[in-house]
Design a protein around this ligand. Sequence first.
Ligand SMILES: [Zn+2]
Length: 297
Amino acid sequence: MASPRSESQLRDDIVELGRRLWARGFVASNDGNISVRLDGDRILTTPTGVSKGFMTPDMMVVTDLAGRKIGGERNASSELKMHLAVYELRPDAKAVVHSHPPLATGFAVAGIALDKAVLAEVICTLGSIPIADYATPSTAELPAAVAKYIRAHDGLLLANHGALTVGSDLFNAYYKMETIEHFAQISLVARTLGGERVLSRDEVHRLQGLRSMYGITAPAPICTDAPATAGGGETCQVVQAPVTDGSRLVPDTGRGEARPGPGTRPTGEGEIRLTYRELAALIEDAVRTVGSGGTNG
Ligand SMILES: [Zn+2]
C-alpha cells in the first residue's frame, strides 16, 4: 500500500482531477465537486463557484464531518452534504467524486440504470450502477437518496442530475467515474446497434469468484436476484443477467473442470462468449486501474 499522501499532495491531486473532469467534459461551468478525508475528522474539498478545470491548491476548503468550514478562504459546495453522507455511511470510503458526465447523466435522466451484465470488468469492480431517486440538488433530500444505495455501491447515477463515485483514494474514486461514463458510452452504442447482449447468470457468479481471486474490495457482493422493493438500504450489487441452462458459455479448457461440451446453446437470447484468457486479461486491466485495497493482484 502506498504511503499516505500529505495535505499538500492531496490539494494537488484534487487540482489534477478537476482538470481531468473538465477536460473530459464531465462538468460544465462550475459543476462538480471532489472531496477526500484528511484524517479522522476533517475533509478537504473543492470550492463552490469555480470551474473545476482551473482550480489552484490554495482554493480548497477544509471542513469537519458536519460540513462546517474550518479552513480556506472560499466556501464548499452545497453538494458537500452528499459527500458527508457517504463518509458517515462508508468508513472505508476515503474520497468522493461527483460530476455530470453527459452519457451517464443521460441514462440517469432516462431512468435507465447501468446494471446489465455486459462488461466483465465493470461487474468485477463496480458490480452495478443503480439510480438514486431524484432529489433537489443541495437539499437534505439528496444525501437521503444517496444513502439508500451507497452502503452497497461504489458508483451511483443520480436521477436527473449526474453521477457519484467513492474510492479508497482520490484517483480510485475518479477512475470509477471514468468507468461509469465509458460504460454508459458503450451501452448507448450497443443500444443504438440493437441492444446489449448480456452475460449469463452463471458468468456473473464466476466473475464474483474472480473478484476474491484478484483481491478486489467491494462494499457488497454481486447478486442477480431482483432488487428488494421494500425500503431500506440495498445489501448487494444487483446485476441483471438471464438464467441459462447452467452450462458454461465457453468450456474452461486446460483448467480441468470443463463441463460437458458446448452441445447445447444456452437458452438466454443474445449471450456473449468470453474465453478464459479474454476474461483474465479484462480483469487484470480492471484491477490495475480500479482495484482498491492493499492487494495488487
Ligand atoms: Zn451536481
